[in-house]
Design a protein around this ligand. Structure first.
Ligand code: PHE
Length: 452
């Protein structure tokens, strides 16, 4: 069977950006910045993107495009009969862990879109915003239904294939997302007291940093750029031969970061203007956005548009998450795409409901905690803070020390046709020394073996 590919450089860019941009930008990024106190966390995050994220993204692109196979198969073919292929296996595992909780939050977004369509937010106040969100997440039925809807949508698009499914959807919807975030910003920044929020986001106060904050910022960098688990290997395997991988990684990382910051600029001015708590946690987005648009002309329509686009972002990111096991099952196990899509949707739903039922202490399974965390928090913590950085570390070591350097140079320079020799030396220095060292230091710091 002929393997599918994206049709152009633009398609590569939008699909990859579609994977990177997701709930990470509009939901996780603002609430983590809120919890960990603003600018200093943002700075550590940006450093992680540059020194850890970009080198690993390029490494994943190399593996994928060179081998033109799924994450497990590509690594296994590059280093036959070695344990390296388990980077891919762990990646498939991590993609499930993420999907278990991601599908839950995506379900909230779909539900909020539905509520916006019904005009449920027309008379919203700070108290009612909080109360509505609280009631939504502890309800044992509604969020589970929406989680199922999300998974059905994702499985249907994926069953259609790479170019008819992933490419078509991301190319149409990513530009729209950008425009909508900007509209939200304009509104949020013109609220009374908005600039307190801007200060919160950009003022750097290092005394607020802790070992957990640094680990979380790094985990967020991985999560944001979809790294350390084979997504970028899988997508890289669909890239065109003449794509400039350096340029793509840079464009994706920059655009993604810009969208996160724009989302922060929509959320924090609102938080301060309405006197909400910046550290409110996972509900932050769902309480602020309805407030941003309340009592303004056309607010109802903008609110629908915003949640529609949040739903798009969540969906396109999920396409790339579920594509990891689908590509694996299709290529290594000979399962057809539609069957693999259905199987994965059912599996994710079956375990994902545990996340949905354990979000809050008042949830159905809210009493089931293990060392202080319920299922939702464990799936999130283990994937972002452990599996992705560990996968990333192994990928950096694999590229830096295991594979043939000349081969990497050939792939990243498109067979020598791109003048990137300076960049390549810099790249190898980063991937051999800087990236692994930083990852190891942050790990050791987080378990308390060393103190930053
Ligand atoms: N990058 C996505 C987001 O920010 C999440 C994601 C993680 C997608 C890992 C694919 C792989 O929402």
């Amino acid at each position: 069977m002929l393997r599918e590919k994206f049709s152009s450089g633009l398609a590569v860019f939008f699909a990859t950006l579609g994977s990177a941009v997701g709930l990470g930008n509009i939901w996780k990024f603002p609430y983590l910045i809120g919890q960990f106190g603003g600018g200093a966390f943002l700075l550590v995050y940006l450093l992680c993107i540059v020194f850890v994220g970009l080198p690993i993204m390029l490494g994943e692109f190399y593996i994928g495009r060179k081998m033109r196979r799924n994450a497990v198969g590509a690594i296994a073919a590059l280093a036959p009969n070695t344990a390296w292929k388990h980077i891919g296996t762990m990646g498939v595992g991590a993609s499930y862990f993420i999907m278990f909780f991601y599908s839950c939050v995506a379900g909230w977004v779909y539900f909020y879109l539905f509520k916006a369509l019904c005009g449920d937010f027309s008379a919203i106040t700070m108290e009612s915003a909080k109360a509505q969100f609280g009631a939504t997440i502890v309800n044992p039925v509604t969020p589970v239904i929406w989680q199922g809807v999300v998974l059905a949508v994702v499985a249907t698009i994926l069953a259609m294939g790479v170019s008819k499914g992933i490419e078509r959807i991301t190319k149409t919807l990513m530009p729209l997302l950008f425009i909508l975030v900007i509209l939200c910003d304009i509104r949020a920044l013109t609220l009374p007291g908005a600039f307190e929020g801007v200060h919160f986001l950009f003022d750097v106060d290092f005394s607020k940093l802790s070992a957990v904050a640094i680990l979380t910022a790094m985990g967020l960098a991985f999560f944001k750029l979809s790294l350390g688990m084979g997504t970028m290997i899988t997508y890289g395997s669909y890239f065109t031969n003449d794509n400039n991988l350096f340029a793509t990684s840079l464009k994706v990382a920059l655009s993604d970061t810009l969208i996160s910051i724009l989302a922060g600029l929509a959320v924090f001015p609102t938080v301060f203007s309405f006197g909400l708590e910046p550290g409110a946690g996972p509900g932050l987005l769902f309480m602020t956005i309805p407030l941003v648009f309340s009592q303004m002309p056309f607010g109802g329509i903008l609110l629908i548009a915003f949640f529609f686009l949040a739903a798009i972002a969540a969906t396109t990111a999920m396409l790339s998450l579920v594509e990891v096991p689908i590509a694996y099952m299709a290529e290594e196990r000979g399962v057809s795409r539609p069957k693999a899509a259905l199987f994965n949707a059912v599996l994710i739903f079956a375990i994902g409901v545990l996340a949905t039922w354990s979000v809050d202490k008042d949830s159905l399974l809210g009493y089931m905690t293990f060392m202080g965390r319920g299922f939702f928090d464990w799936f999130d913590y283990l994937s972002s803070n452990v599996m992705l950085p560990l996968g990333g570390l192994l990928i950096a070591l694999f590229i830096g020390y295991r594979v043939d350097r000349a081969d990497v140079e050939r792939e990243l320079s498109n067979g020598g046709s791109l003048a990137v020799s300076g960049l390549l030396s810099f790249y190898f220095f980063a991937v051999r020394y800087v990236t692994p060292a930083l990852l190891i230091i942050i790990f050791l710091n987080s378990v308390g073996i060393i103190k930053l």
